[in-house]
Structure formats: C-alpha cells, structure tokens
Ligand binder design. Structure first.
Ligand code: URP
Ligand code: ZN
Ligand code: ZN
Length: 479
C-alpha cells in the first residue's frame, strides 16, 4: 500500500511549493495539491513542515578496518543513524588493501552493505597502481555501477599514492568515464611534521593539528587540480577543511575546470581548539584527517558554499569509540582517524546554514542531497522530488529543536563532535524508497532493505575538454 505526505511544503534544490506527494512501489507516483490516492493509503501529516529529497551523504566509512582497528558503525547501525537525521542514502568508500584486487574489495563491500537499511552506492579507492588495477577499474565502472575513484594523497606507508600513481589513475578515469576524487593532504609533509612533533616530545592529540597545517591541504588540492586539469578529468575533492583548499577549487572553477568540492558538517561547526583540551579522551576523539582547522576556516568554508564553489556537505562518518582512540595514548599518530556525524549532518547544516541566513532552504537541499546526486550521476533517481524518482523523502520540521548528545544518539560510538549543540530544524519522518522507516521518534528500519544504486559511467561531455591536446598538441619537427 502507498503513502501520501499531505499538507507540507515541497522543498527541492530549485523549487518551493505547497504540494502533496504520493508514493507507491518505491517511487513517487504523483505530486500536487490535494492528490487523489487509493483508499487505505497511509497518510503522513506534514503541516508546517518541509518535504525534501532524502539527504545523501556522499562520504561514509561503515565497518571499515582502519589503523589497526574497525569502525564501530556497520551498514545497518550507520544507515539507521542517518535515517533518524534525514539521510536516506550513503556513498561509502571501498578501500582495497594495497596491491589488492578492486573487484574482490567491491564484493567484500557489497557483502558488508547487504545489511544496509537504506540505499547505498560506492566509490573505490585506488591504493596502488598496476596493470591489473587499471584493467579492474574498467570492469568496476562498466559492469559494477561505480564511477568514482578516490586517491589518498596522505597516509604515507599505508594507502597513500605517489604523483606517478595519481597521473596514471587520473588518466584511466578519463578513459573509462569516471570521476577522480582525492583526499588532498601533502602526505610527505605530514609525515615529516609528525616525526618532528614526536622528536620534540609532543605525543598528545595536539600534535595532530600541528603536523597538519592548512597549507598541507591547500598544496595537495592545488596539485590534484593541476594534474586533473592537464589530464582532462573531472575532479571531486573530498572533506575540504582548509580555506586554502576551498580557494584552490574556486580558482579552478573560475578558470572553467570541472572541479567539485565537498566539505563536512563537522568542518563547518568545529575548530582546532578541541585538540588543546586538557581531557585527552575529548581531544583524541576529534582526531580525523584532514583535521579541524583554526578559527576562520569554518567561516571561509561557508563562504565557499554560499558562492557555489563548494557543492556538497558530507560527514566522513568514520566512528571509533573513546577506547579505540586510546590506541594512541603514547603517540598521537596511532590514534585511529575518524569521527561520526551522519545523524546530525542535516540539522547542523540547517542550524548553521539556513537559520543564520548563510544559505537558503533550496541551497540547503542542493548541498545535502541534490548536488551529490548530480555530481555522481544518479539524478533524478535520487536527490529529486519528481514523478518517477525514488521515494527517498524527508519531512523536516523547521520549528522543532533538539540538543545533540552522545547519550541519546543512534550512531554506535560514545562521542559526538556536536555535543551540546541545540539545533532548530529536525527530520521527523524519513522514507526510503517508499518505506516509512523513521516516524517521529520511532525507528522502523529493516536490516538489508537498502539497495545498491548503480551509477553509469559519464559521457564524454562530462569529462570536458581534452586539455592534453589543447595544451600541447603532439608536434613532430621534421629535420
Ligand atoms: O579521518 C578520516 N577521515 N578517516 C577516514 C579515512 C579518510 O581519510 O577519509
Ligand atoms: Zn580521506
Ligand atoms: Zn573519509
């Protein structure tokens, strides 16, 4: 039986209008004032609320084995946490072991994600380069529905790739119709500064931001942009925390390059003062990479969102407990990197973005849902309220408040970087492909009900101008 959402204001990236939304069979069937529905249809009252496309978190790590331990949220607990905050789809990172098979890793992630409560997609990380990796990228994109690859420019001696590997991988992305994504930090410089901190006896969490000054991000973002520009591949820079990186994206976009930037709800709200807290557990719980940046950077990220130069707000949801963080008690470089956020992303972005007037409600929808759907080639199946689109919907009450706390959260870790923040604007109902799985405090999500979202390769127009030829047409001089 279908569901109708009545009496709300439909809010999309480009439209605000009073309309009912009727869904059945997993998709939106009808839209408009007073839509007629079959008898027995479940009715959700959305008076006083917005009805939005379900949030898409383009950056998560569920159940990831990382830095000698494992992320505590799995695909079920993590997606349930998301749903309670209005996020109805995630794009998670498949991270093969160095030298490992991409296809095997995709199979492993599909198995892990088989318990997901909501729909999900994948990016694949390229952690090393070989002929086999190059070939497998072709298969992953042509046959496995994944058109985005992440290259880690940091995590030396682990999953970092060299410039040589970046060049080879970016070129391959262009050939197969994929978008390249980078973790933009200068890994060599970070490693050098980490050793320097330890030599000076700085072993606590404060060593983390001190070995990752903002330039570390700015340099890597600019380098990745230059390489992508010459090689003619679209580029998505994940988890931008530094003004310098946002500026590099802005410059490239002004020059006409197809570059996109993602920031995080956490980076828009928190600064690096957290690392200097005297409570080791508190400081260590904020260790993630890139790190939270000094005051001034969050505002610069907001400006980049306002001007449209950053497009998406993700979370990099990667949860560890305080106990797991204690693996780095003697040495900050051993603190597992990662924080949570999927549950609070939408409310934090609304509170700090819309309630302050920094962004409009429509821009909010773009940044938390529609832009990710467009950039990753799944719009209008996702990120839209149109007849035929998946019925991933959120009823969002702009007048309802809550105070965020680890005590009451759904995500599995025992810490919350937004602890104590009161937000006005919360998801009261969430639908995942027409299933009403969050109903005003009641979680009705089912293990394994989520489906993989297959994403086609991009057409040649998306890759843009082949600047290899534009910049240097091969020219042989006959002598
Ligand atoms: O600290 C983080 N971000 N952990 C997850 C891995 C990554 O770099 O995205
Ligand atoms: Zn990263
Ligand atoms: Zn990440």
């Amino acid at each position: 039986m279908g569901i109708v959402i009545r009496g709300g204001t439909v809010l999309t990236a480009d439209l605000t209008t009073r309309a009912d939304v009727y869904c059945d069979g997993g998709t939106i069937q009808a839209l408009g004032p007073d839509v007629e529905v079959p008898t027995g249809t479940e009715v959700i009252d959305a008076s006083g609320c917005y009805v939005m496309p379900g949030g898409i978190d383009p950056h998560t790590h569920m159940q990831l084995p990382f830095m000698g331990t494992r992320v505590v949220d799995d695909f079920f607990t993590g997606t349930v946490a998301g749903v309670t905050g209005g996020t109805t789809m995630i794009v998670d990172f498949v991270i093969p072991d160095k030298g490992g098979s991409l296809l095997d890793a995709v199979d492993t992630w599909q198995e892990r994600a088989s318990i997901s409560a909501t729909d999900f997609g994948f990016h694949v990380a390229i952690t090393g380069w070989s002929e086999a990796v190059s070939e497998e990228m072709g298969v992953v994109t042509a046959e496995r529905g994944i058109n985005s690859y992440k290259f880690f420019m940091a995590y030396k001696n682990a999953i970092m790739v060299s410039d040589e590997e970046l060049v080879a991988g970016f070129s391959r992305c262009r050939e197969i119709g994929a978008i390249a994504a980078v973790h933009a930090e200068h890994g060599e410089l970070v490693f050098h500064l980490q050793q320097e901190m330890l030599r000076r006896g700085i072993t606590g969490p404060e060593g983390h931001p001190q070995s990752r000054p903002a330039e570390v991000e700015g340099e890597a973002a600019a380098r990745a942009i230059s390489l992508a520009g010459v090689l003619g591949v679209p580029l998505y820079i994940v988890h931008i925390g530094a003004e310098q990186a946002a500026q590099a994206v802005t410059r490239a976009r002004l020059a006409g390059q197809r570059v996109f930037g993602e920031t995080l709800a956490g980076f828009l709200a928190v600064d690096d003062s957290v690392y200097y807290n005297e409570d080791w557990d508190f400081a260590a719980s904020h260790v993630m990479s890139p790190c939270f940046k000094p005051k001034g950077h969050p505002e610069a990220l907001w400006r980049a969102l306002q001007s449209g130069n950053l497009q998406t707000i993700g979370t990099d949801h990667c949860t560890f407990t305080v106990e797991q963080k204690r693996m780095g008690l003697e040495d900050f470089t051993k603190i597992p990197n990662g924080c949570g956020g999927i549950e609070d992303r939408m409310s934090i972005a609304w509170e700090l973005g819309v309630n302050t007037g920094r962004i409009t409600p429509n821009e909010f929808v773009a940044a938390t849902s529609t832009s990710a759907a467009r950039i990753f080639n799944m719009h209008p199946q996702k990120g839209a309220i149109r007849v035929g689109s998946d019925a991933d919907l959120v009823v969002f009450d702009p007048e309802k408040s809550k105070t965020i706390s680890a005590q009451s959260q759904y995500q599995e870790n025992d810490f919350n970087v937004f602890e104590g923040t009161t937000v006005k604007g919360v998801a009261v109902h969430s639908l995942s492909r027409g299933r009403h799985i969050w109903a005003d405090g009641d979680v009705r999500a089912e293990r394994g009900a989520g489906r993989f979202v297959y994403r086609e390769p991009y057409g040649p127009a998306y890759a843009g101008i082949d600047r290899r030829l534009a910049l240097s047409t091969p020219r042989k001089v006959e002598r």
